[in-house]
Design a protein around this ligand. Sequence first.
Ligand code: SPV
Ligand code: MG
Length: 298
Amino acid sequence: MLTSEILQKELKAKPILKVGGAFDAMSAKLIEINGFDAIWAGSFAISATHALPDASIMTMTEFLAVASNMVESCKIPVIADCDTGFGGPSNISHMIKKYENSGIAGVSIEDKIFPKQNSLLENGRQELISEKEFVAKIIAAREAKQNKEFMIIARTEALIAGMGMNEAIKRAHAYEDAGADAILIHSKKDTPNEIFEFSDMWNGNIPLVVVPTSYPSVNLDELISHKIRMVIYANQSLRVAHAAMSRVLQEINKTKSLSEVEEKMSTMEQIFELQEMYNIKKEEEAVEEELKKLGYLK
Ligand code: SPV
Ligand code: MG
């Protein structure tokens, strides 16, 4: 079964899907091991792990390489954050082919101008392209996809840009009509109120997706009761990795002996487990068995 089919099936079966943000294959695998429904290959986290701004600096090919590594190491669906789609409709068309062929389950594209800046950046530049221009991008995406289950998430930044609730609702409807499979409604408010106002007004037929980074006190039951069908925990794995690494590196630099920090780190065995190091022995034994059968070994 294609991961896009798994994603759509899960979406039908569960009240809400929990999507964990990853920045590489290891973090993606930890998200899978810890029971999430899908992986978010987010532009903020991936840019950060390249020590680059989340401002359309990295290229499509660079983002795709990271997302593909996640696909190769995980079974659960990977949803790729494709920012503004790396250009106009023709670029989107090319992008969808590349991402779908790489086994990605769906992509998110947003209605900001290129180059974009992260939505939660204090005093960031948050300007949108016209509804018509973004509808053209969605049409291109819809036409380019091969599998009907491949998910095109249209993300409106109307609330982030301060354009008001009516504009956000109007755009979301236009994006659904153009062929989007879900709407990501983003907010930078510190309470979920405007997200709930949006979802209570929403009478479209496609699911709503949220990213509660700026309103972390919201809980899953509240989201479900406001018709939210997918929640993306976009950057918590990145931030905890940054915090843990910073803390322990500071200590290592101060201490005379590594034993001081030993307990604060995963063991080598835990990492061997994650990278499937223990399978190497089994693989070697299987090869040896075959070589014996062929008469090369006694
Ligand atoms: C990301 O995780 O890259 C996102 C969500 O797009 S946000 O950082 O809030 O823009
Ligand atoms: Mg992003």
